[in-house]
Design a protein around this ligand. Structure first.
Ligand SMILES: Cc1ncc(COP(=O)(O)O)c(C=O)c1O
Length: 405
């Protein structure tokens, strides 16, 4: 644990009185601010309680229906494919590129059929990519929708992710670039505008859950022991906010709700400091990159300087039998919270398979078995203490790699 990547404790506390201005005020302001950032009209921004709800709205807006096929990357979160079957469309998983984080264009092109209506384009870990012009021209019947859940604010060749395909969805869930606890939005494609949907509000108990869970994340990022105690208490009181079990284990679609008031305020506070937050994370990435370069067996990925990494991934040369156990070991040794995203082609491991056939996406499976990640949280200072932690991480990884050799 250690998320709420861009949120400060002060922003969290000082957001509470700001909530007095009310939902309508904050949602309208957020819609305006997002429209300004993406240089689009406000009618192209639709706010939701999650990225998955925004995806469902985009699929519907593109007219996905019975008989259509939707291509989903075979390295994603289960809540992404969950939104397709309720529309009557079929899912097709397509592998990511060998040694890559996102699609290989030739593999994607080979998978597109006359029935393909939408391709969900991944930008995993925040590394933004663009579908090549030849592919878009060859398949004019296909709409390319960006899954920007990991890359809010990332750019590809200077263009802001979400602005150059056929619409995009973003997430403001705890672990994402900007944390509203939960939340998300759809950026509609150019030429499309829809009214804000009338959605049920989050219940009062859920707003308290959000508050309690976020508080534990914020404490964990600064004082790990206090964070653990806070989370244990929150759990005991039944106040942890998380995805419904039926969504994760049974593949149920999400029931969309309105973006909560608390989330709207928190997101606005972080948006106001997006540039400095991204600069801090870029400095962390530079340190991580340099430290891990001491072990050339590890795989790292190049990305433009204006990438908003959600976490910093690196992959081991061999498949790891128990990645979670290794991540725990490395976290203990280094004092940095090492993550396991994604631990399966349909994350998390053990979630609903949606008919995925084991072995059909070898590159996604290999990545899921080898990738670990480092946190990108503004509570982590770029200082001598970080260098010491990185030195301990490299020592622990060296020991592990020697043991495997
Ligand atoms: C790649 C990816 N896409 C989409 C989502 C869905 O975002 P949300 O949790 O806001 O529905 C997630 C999140 O967990 C994700 O990792």
């Amino acid at each position: 644990m250690l998320t709420a990547n861009s949120l400060t404790l002060w922003q969290f506390v000082s957001s509470l009185p700001m909530m007095l201005a009310g939902r309508r005020h904050h949602r309208a302001a957020l819609q305006r601010e997002l429209a300004r950032l993406f240089a689009v009209s406000e009618t192209r921004i639709m706010l939701f309680d999650s990225g998955r709800a925004a995806l469902a709205a985009l699929l519907a807006a593109h007219g996905v229906q019975q008989g259509d096929e939707v291509i989903v990357p075979a390295f994603t979160c289960v809540v992404v494919p969950n939104q397709v079957p309720p529309l009557g469309a079929t899912l097709r998983f397509v592998d990511i590129a060998e040694d890559g984080l996102n699609f290989g264009w030739a593999t994607l092109a080979a998978a597109i059929s006359p029935a393909t209506r939408v391709v969900i384009v991944p930008h995993n870990f925040g590394v933004a990519c663009e579908v090549p012009t030849w592919l878009r021209e060859r398949y004019r019947h296909v709409r390319f929708v960006d899954d920007g859940a990991h890359g809010f604010g990332s750019r590809c060749d200077g263009q802001l992710l979400g602005t150059y395909h056929d619409g995009a969805f973003f997430s403001f869930e705890y672990s994402k670039n900007i944390s509203g606890g939960i939340g998300g939005f759809a950026l509609l494609p150019a030429g499309m505008s829809l009214p804000q949907p009338e959605l049920p509000e989050l219940g009062c108990a859920d707003e308290w859950r959000l508050l309690a869970t976020l508080k534990s994340h914020l404490l964990a990022a600064r004082w790990p022991l206090l964070g653990r105690i806070s989370m244990a208490l929150t759990r005991r009181l039944g106040l942890v906010y998380r995805s419904a079990d039926a969504e994760v284990h049974e593949g149920m679609p999400h029931r969309a709700r309105a973006l909560p008031l608390l989330s709207s305020v928190l997101i606005r506070r972080q948006l106001a400091r997006l540039d400095s937050v991204m600069a801090h994370k870029a400095a962390l990435v530079a340190r991580y990159r340099a430290a891990l370069a001491a072990l050339p067996q590890l795989q790292q990925w190049q990305a433009p300087a204006d990438t908003h990494w959600v976490r910093y991934p690196f992959a081991l040369p061999q498949r790891v039998v128990d990645k979670a156990a290794l991540a725990r070991r490395l976290s203990q040794a280094s004092g940095l919270t090492i993550g396991v995203w994604f631990d399966d082609v349909i994350h998390p491991a053990g979630s609903w398979r949606h008919g995925y056939v084991a072995g059909s996406a070898p590159h996604g499976e290999a990545l899921a078995a080898t990738v670990l990640n480092l946190p990108l949280n503004i509570a982590i200072a770029v200082d001598a203490a970080l260098e010491q932690k990185l030195a301990r991480l490299v020592a622990a990884l060296t020991l592990y790699l020697e043991g495997e050799a």
